[in-house]
Design a protein around this ligand. Structure first.
Ligand code: AMP
Length: 112
């Protein structure tokens, strides 16, 4: 499968890992949009939010369970951060492996 994030999981492409367990991987975004910009992905290929279901949702739940620990590790737990998921064409999703952006280190826009 020609999925860049699966290639990162398979170590075919290098990444700067921030957090990892048996279900998820978090690594620094290659084109950061904030002083701290991390991408969190499940270790199974789920194309987008449209493909989340009862069977695979434990991976999504694991992402949200790890978010406080990742934020603490990055030093942004107290200052705050934004979690973003882009889905599909209108959501401007560019990598078709579901992922959550964690953005912090500056005040985000108050307008989406
Ligand atoms: P999205 O536009 O929501 O699909 O987000 C995809 C994100 O993946 C973008 O912010 C890219 O900068 C990031 N990205 C793409 N390739 C890599 C890579 N090899 N390593 C780290 N981040 C990447």
């Amino acid at each position: 499968m020609d999925c860049i994030f699966c290639k990162i999981l398979n170590k075919e492409i290098p990444s700067n890992v921030v957090f990892e367990n048996d279900k998820i991987l978090a690594f620094y975004d290659i084109a950061p949009q904030a002083p701290i910009h991390v991408v969190i992905i499940p270790k199974i290929h789920i194309s987008s939010a449209n493909e989340v279901n009862e069977e695979n949702s434990k991976y999504i739940s694991e992402i949200f369970t790890a978010i406080p620990e990742i934020a603490k590790k990055l030093g942004i737990a107290d200052s705050g951060y934004r979690i973003i998921n882009n889905c599909g064409r209108d959501g401007c999703q560019s990598v078709e492996h579901i992922h959550f952006h964690m953005l912090g280190g500056r005040k985000m826009s108050e307008i989406f």
